[in-house]
Ligand binder design. Sequence first.
Ligand code: SF4
Length: 181
Amino acid sequence: KHPSPSDDAPAGKAKLAVWKFTSCDGCQLSLLDCEDELLTLAGQVDIAYFMEASSRQLPGPYDLSIVEGSITTPEQRELIQAVRAQSRFLIAIGACATAGGIQALRNMAQVDDYIQIVYANPEYIDTLDRSTPLSDHVNIDFELRGCPINKHQLVEVISAFLNRRRPRISEHAVCVECKLN
Ligand code: SF4
């Protein structure tokens, strides 16, 4: 279950939250694979919400939210609004979050046709017609592209946002509309 908004704040550290929408988890695994690199940021960041890695779930608001996955269900469409409302900065990571992902193939067909073919009880499936990137729903402060993302680029982006500077990353990998400047 996702946390609800709160006014609590950790002392001296930025609160980091990691969210998953429709995705394969590969980009979150890139973050988990950053263990050594994240140690260099350990004094600056408090991982308050990261279901893939920990049962610890501190409520928002968050200084930085990292979001994997596209929006494919009515529930997700509401949740991304709540995540945005709780997050000072919101970073979309990976092709799913920045472009809709492989699941956006449904956008070129009738999703009901797939549901009838794939599921034994299609009446239980509640899904949107299209898979869409986060930016179709909320303002994004930064997009890190890739499938999966590059872990070194991810650490650079986190470090940049924590230190209020522009990430030093190739423009091919990111959305250049960084909101820090
Ligand atoms: Fe998985 Fe690729 Fe989506 Fe990342 S962008 S969650 S690796 S499918």
